[in-house]
Ligand binder design. Structure first.
Ligand code: HEM
Length: 182
């Protein structure tokens, strides 16, 4: 997982909970780097999960709330990166963002950072709804869900997100059905 995800997590957590709690979480998570991450280097994604678990213990915040808070911080940061407007205009709605996520955004991330491995999303329109299938060896379905929720908040849209684990698939895919409020 690219270091930018770690540096953003630590920055957001420090601003919200203070250095002492972040330090406690870093020590308890027993990270390889001791917490000094570089944005473009790669780190084991399991370390990110350990960090989130220890941050939850150190702050008393539930893991779900922490992941959501982190996604709320990360989405606008990612949207301001040049990769986010690689397909032309910056996306202006959740569905526009998701239409470009696989063919344009994460594809550009792969091109610019050959050792990055962003997840694979299959997004298909189904009338008013959009069906989003998430595939990743990292099994960060909760994080993907939180990013979708953060995107709806970011664009000021009310979207019902239904989640289904696709247990028959070999890579622990998760399906999200997004239905905009009428
Ligand atoms: C709703 C929109 C988005 C969703 C649902 C999403 C989802 C995710 C998830 C779940 C991961 C974690 C890695 C994994 O699961 O394997 C990830 C990684 C990443 N995403 Fe996205 N993302 C979104 C938008 C963006 C945007 C706008 C950018 C623009 C630059 C971006 C760039 C990245 C990068 C750089 C990584 C790290 C890749 C790596 O560590 O190898 N994402 N994304």
């Amino acid at each position: 997982m690219m270091g930018v995800v770690f540096t953003e997590l630590l920055e957001a957590a420090e601003a919200r909970y203070g250095l002492a709690k972040v330090d406690a979480a870093l020590t308890a998570a027993n990270t390889e780097t001791g917490g000094s991450y570089t944005a473009v280097a790669r780190y084991d994604h399991r370390e990110l999960v350990r960090l989130l678990v220890e941050l939850s213990k150190a702050t008393g915040e539930s893991l779900g709330a922490l992941v959501q808070e982190f996604a709320r911080h990360l989405l606008p940061v990612f949207l301001s990166r040049p990769e986010a407007s690689a397909g032309g205009a910056t996306p202006g709605s959740v569905f526009e963002l998701l239409d470009g996520l696989e063919p344009s955004i994460h594809a550009t991330v792969r091109k610019l950072h050959p050792d990055a491995a962003p997840p694979r999303f299959e997004c298909t329109r189904d009338g008013e709804r959009m069906v989003v299938r998430y595939h990743s060896h990292r099994c960060l379905g909760d994080f993907a869900h939180a990013m979708l929720t953060a995107a709806a908040e970011h664009f000021g849209e009310t979207i019902n997100i239904e989640r289904r684990e696709l247990s028959d698939s070999s890579d622990n895919a998760v399906e999200f059905v997004l239905t905009p409020a009428a």
